[in-house]
Design a protein around this ligand. Structure first.
Ligand code: ADP
Length: 334
């Protein structure tokens, strides 16, 4: 007998081309999870979430969605195996969010870690921004998802979802599984300046950057600030160039770290950057080719996103029927 596959929901905001940090922190893991064949996979490009902080400039939203879809597929998410879709194409997310908004006490949202801090630093005070963790809950439970791959920092959000599920069940009876976290161990990838890689800091290397841009970025990377001369001892474990090489350079010499730390003059930062550059260009060569093909053929991308949305809608509409029935709504099947 075949065991029923667990439902897995993952997603990201379409905020532009994906960078190496997004790949190491999320996408690589999603592809691996997909390839285990253990899960029924839904991956949501959460465009409504992008509006919580980006409502003033929406012109870039559509191109960013296409870029994200192209990045996903080029990196190995297979639209046959993972339903890749755009959140706003599945209206059930919005309906469930609205219904959940009736039962959630606002203090639950106000106490979400990072809410106050982010609201203040970004100057955001909208209703949508306060409610975004609840929209996230709706995104997950509308698929009756069993598991959600998250980093540790996302655990409080998932805990909120589990509390909302329990409250719903207490009021109306059981409909949803309580989603479990699949905690991903990943390293926070430094950017080209040594700080956390992020779109916001402009210190990223995008997966789809053409070789000339990768070259500019790599050759101007920070290395070890204390290693001025070749013979100065380096600290490879803190050097972004070395860290990237451990991930992307299949030919990384086993003794490089030792040589760097001991100030062996046979190795130096410029040579190290050149080796990284060529490794990175090779590593993402197929990715870039596939991405270009996809972005040149929007009809194909549209077809993938539509088929993903069809599968998502089917599951979400079954859930909403159960939700409306449980809540004694008018004509639950519609
Ligand atoms: P950004 O900081 O560039 O805006 P996001 O906050 O949109 O990136 O993150 C999207 C996903 O990528 C999240 O799962 C996040 O944990 C992961 N991620 C982002 N930056 C990094 C990084 N430097 N190292 C590892 N994972 C990262």
């Amino acid at each position: 007998m075949t065991e029923k596959k667990k439902i897995l929901l993952s997603g990201m905001q379409p905020s532009g081309a994906l960078h190496l940090g997004n790949y190491e922190g999320a996408l690589r893991n999603w592809v691996e999870l997909q390839n285990t064949g253990k899960y029924e996979m839904f991956n949501c490009i959460v465009d409504w979430h992008a509006l919580t902080s980006g409502f003033e400039s929406t012109e870039q939203l559509v191109p960013r969605i296409y870029e994200m879809a192209a990045d996903y597929i080029s990196a190995g998410l297979d639209p046959e195996k993972t339903a890749i879709f755009v959140q706003s194409q599945v209206k059930e997310h919005a309906e469930l969010h609205l219904l959940l908004s009736m039962i959630i006490p606002t203090p639950w949202l106000e106490r979400v870690p990072s809410y106050k801090e982010k609201a203040e630093s970004l100057g955001l005070d909208s209703y949508g921004f306060l409610g975004y963790p609840l929209l996230q809950s709706a995104d997950i439970i509308v698929y009756r998802a069993d598991v959600v791959p998250v980093g540790k920092d996302q655990l409080p959000h998932l805990e909120l979802t589990r509390e909302v599920v329990r409250r719903f069940h207490y009021l109306y009876g059981d409909v949803f599984p309580e989603p479990q976290a699949l905690v991903t161990k990943f390293q926070v990838l430094p950017g080209t300046d040594g700080k956390k890689m992020s779109k916001t800091y402009g210190n990223f290397i995008a997966l789809g950057d053409p070789p000339d841009i990768v070259k500019k970025k790599v050759m101007s990377m920070f290395t070890d600030q204390t290693k001025i001369h070749k013979t100065d001892p380096g600290h490879p474990e803190d050097c972004p160039v070395y860290i990237y090489r451990t991930i992307y350079d299949a030919d990384l010499p086993a003794d490089l770290a030792d040589k760097c730390s001991s100030g062996d003059p046979s190795v130096g930062c410029v040579g190290c950057k050149k080796a990284l550059l060529s490794a990175l260009i090779d590593y993402f060569a197929d990715f870039r080719e596939r991405r270009e093909e996809l972005l040149a053929d929007k009809a194909q991308l549209d077809a993938f996103l539509e088929s993903g949305a069809d599968r998502a809608r089917q599951r979400a509409s079954e859930t909403m029927k159960l939700v409306r029935e449980a809540m004694h709504m008018f004509k639950p099947e519609m």
